[in-house]
Write a protein that binds this ligand. Structure first.
Ligand code: SIN
Ligand code: MN
Length: 261
């Protein structure tokens, strides 16, 4: 699935793209069915919310589960990524951000490269974040909010925040967010299950607490060019994988075809 010229231009200008109905309801249901067992595991790769203790983000999923191993090699994700990156890339981070009903907490204003560079020594802001909605994402359950065009002002100053949530993140100060919002606009990324998003490493984004009775589970693959790999290994492997093998696509039906014995 290749992006057309209008989509490429929008990605350049806005810093993100929404791809409606990239995955089918049947594919999403197969992925959702894997989550209860993965979320039940007590392991360092499952970060739990500060207050409720429910899973906030479950990482390293392609190493823990066969279906997610196929999803990171899905051609509907890899082909647009290849088009945008123009060179081989590896799976830097693979997760589901859960944002559970009533208890899913905030993701502070940030852009991913601040953490990738500050923690892992990634040289340049080249990585792409590829998301797939596993639930409907609406205005009530904590959608991602992008500052449209903020990537063109970056990378802006950011600082590590280890206190606000259970997940350490390099965040952008309020004054900078105010300035960027005045220059751009806030856009909430909403849509039914199966919707996909692509956004770049300097785009400022965040999401509010989930006050609703509906979970908001989103799959995320961070794809980084092999030539732009990490230079520091201070974070655990599930936060930045060391395997730099380029991702290669499987067949389009790789999620729904029966497993080969
Ligand atoms: C979120 O799940 O709301 C934030 C995800 C991200 O920062 O990529
Ligand atoms: Mn992010």
């Amino acid at each position: 699935m290749l992006l057309d010229d209008a989509q490429l231009q929008r990605f350049d200008e806005d810093g993100f793209l929404v791809l409606p109905a990239l995955f089918s309801q049947a594919e999403v249901e197969l992925l959702l069915a894997e989550l209860p067992a993965l979320f039940a595991e007590r392991c360092a790769a499952n970060f739990r919310e500060k207050r409720s203790g429910v899973v906030r983000t479950a990482m390293g999923l392609h190493r823990r589960n066969a279906l997610f191993a196929r999803l990171v090699r899905h051609p509907r994700l890899l082909e647009p990524a290849e088009q945008l990156l123009g060179e081989p890339f590896y799976a830097q981070q693979v997760k589901v951000n859960a944002k559970e009903a009533f208890s899913g907490e905030v993701w502070q204003w940030h852009y991913d490269f601040a953490t990738h560079h500050g923690e892992d020594g990634v040289p340049a802001p080249r990585a792409l974040n590829l998301h797939v909605f596993l639930d409907e994402v609406n205005e009530f359950n904590g959608p991602l909010v992008f500052i449209r065009g903020s990537h063109r002002h970056g990378p802006v100053a950011a600082h590590p925040d280890t206190r606000t949530t259970s997940y350490p993140l390099w965040t952008v100060p309020d004054e900078t967010v105010t300035r960027l919002v005045e220059a751009g606009a806030l856009v909430a990324a909403k849509g039914p299950p199966g919707t996909a998003l692509i956004f770049g490493d300097c785009l400022v984004h965040g999401s509010a607490q989930n006050l609703s009775p509906w979970p908001r589970r989103i799959f995320s693959l961070i794809a980084n060019p092999v030539s732009n790999a990490l230079t520091r290994e201070q974070r655990p492997e599930h936060q930045h994988h060391r395997d730099l093998t380029p991702l290669t696509p499987l067949s389009d039906d790789c999620l729904t075809r029966p497993a080969v014995p």
